[in-house]
Write a protein that binds this ligand. Structure first.
Ligand code: ATP
Ligand code: MG
Length: 399
């Protein structure tokens, strides 16, 4: 066995010593079999959440209604989920109630795809009742049981299938794909936050281009916020080399291809339920991208944008222009690094100083003056030094 499973073995042992069953499950086992790096190990157990909490002194209730407890153990955290079934489904969404059970195989049966329905015990023995290992070998995404039923139970699984296409470069088994195309409109019932999470992972995957083609082919796009009737715009996206873009840059590229302007940008990303901070960042990227397509970066724009936005904007610019050479990113980041100021708070003169020097009360003139000094420092007309600024200002006034 390898890390991070090895460190988690004592967690399974503790559960077993208390008389319960416990296994590694889900994405971590799948990624292990794929020889991929494993992010976090998920643990499934026959112990109920209350029983888990009695065994481990440090726990956090993160989804107790679904049977998930976060256990802090030897400076690591593990999500431990009680075996469960999701017998009753409502409105094509996740079940309203889950039923805790004591049998592993029933827990595996409720999982979405065969590659995700494999368990591993603490000795590394694989339990694979739905032959997920063959699916992994053949790179196939296949539902556990009848695809139509499984997508009807939880329509999000259709989007999960496509995001796994992106993440793993697998393809969706023919029957599952046919069911998906037939039932795609059930995505209407799914919370946007859940859709966004899947799209975010799709945007991060290596095979994102094929996955986006599938989003079009299956008509999934028609059930995503702001993308109804936007087939051509999404296709536009595919004409660019998107490989090097981060998910955030992918969202910005989507916004660009949709030709969103001004308020529309905020509206679109609000509809996707993005946090305001991220909306602002994407707005900034799109704003500077528009400028960058017209001209080089100005000193002032580098200053306002900041490192992360410069980097994202410039890489998008290169992608849009089809430029493979990326040295301009480094060039503009270097210019940014050399700026005498990174934020207004670093200015060695304050509004207070100005009021004393000019013997004037606060008013609109003050902001104007501060802006003026800020730009002069940025453009190298005056050093960021209180005395120098005072001298420079008095020289300005006599001109
Ligand atoms: P990732 O590597 O992206 O985390 P994952 O397979 O671990 O992929 P998660 O969303 O973390 O995906 O879910 C963990 C596991 O829970 C899955 O492997 C699957 O077994 C099960 N699962 C998650 N969502 C669903 C769903 N909507 N329906 C059925 N089973 C699900
Ligand atoms: Mg996971």
């Amino acid at each position: 066995m390898i890390e991070p499973f090895l460190s988690a073995v004592p967690v399974l042992e503790k559960l077993e010593m208390a008389g319960y069953e416990a296994y590694f499950v889900g994405g971590s086992v799948r990624d292990f079999l794929l020889h991929k790096t494993i992010s976090d190990v998920d643990i499934a157990t026959s112990a109920t959440p209350d029983e888990v909490k009695k065994i481990f002194p440090k726990t956090v209730d993160i989804g107790i209604e679904h049977g998930t407890v976060l256990v802090l153990f030897q400076n690591q955290s593990y999500e431990i989920t009680t075996f469960r079934t999701e017998a009753e489904y409502q409105d094509f969404r996740r079940p309203k109630e889950v039923t805790f059970i004591r049998v592993l195989s029933d827990d595996l049966q409720r999982r979405d795809f065969t590659m995700n329905a494999i368990a591993m015990n603490r000795e590394g023995k694989i339990i694979d009742p739905f032959d997920g290992q063959t699916a992994i070998k053949e790179k196939i995404i296949r539902t556990v049981g009848d695809a139509k039923e499984r997508f009807q139970e939880d329509a999000l699984r259709m989007m999960r299938a496509v995001r796994f296409v992106s993440q793993l470069s697998f393809h969706i088994e023919e029957k599952s794909l046919a069911a998906l195309k037939k039932l795609v409109s059930l995505l209407e019932n799914i919370a946007i936050e859940r859709k966004r999470e899947e799209f975010q992972k799709l945007f991060a995957g290596a095979n994102r281009k094929q996955a986006l083609e599938l989003i079009i082919e299956t008509n999934i796009y028609s059930f995503l916020p702001g993308l109804q009737n936007k087939k051509e715009e999404i296709q536009d996206m595919l004409s660019f080399n998107m490989d090097r873009l981060s998910p955030r840059e992918m969202w910005a590229l989507l916004g660009y291809c949709l030709k969103l302007k001004g308020k529309e940008i905020e509206g679109f990303f609000r509809n996707w339920r993005f946090p305001l901070k991220e909306i602002r960042e994407i707005q900034h990227i799109l704003l500077f991208l528009e400028k960058r397509l017209q001209s080089e970066w100005s000193t002032y724009d580098l200053y306002i944008a900041g490192k992360a936005i410069i980097q994202s904007t410039e890489i998008l610019y290169l992608v849009l222009e089809g430029i493979r050479e990326t040295s301009s990113i480094h060039h503009f980041l270097q210019l940014y690094k050399e700026l005498p100021l990174k934020s207004r708070s670093q200015m060695k003169v304050t509004g207070n100083d100005l009021m004393i020097w000019y013997e004037r009360n606060a008013g609109p003139w003050l902001k104007e003056k501060l802006d003026h000094v800020e730009l002069a420092i940025l453009e190298g007309h005056v050093a960021n030094d209180k005395q120098r600024i005072k001298e420079w200002l008095s020289r300005c006034n006599h001109k």
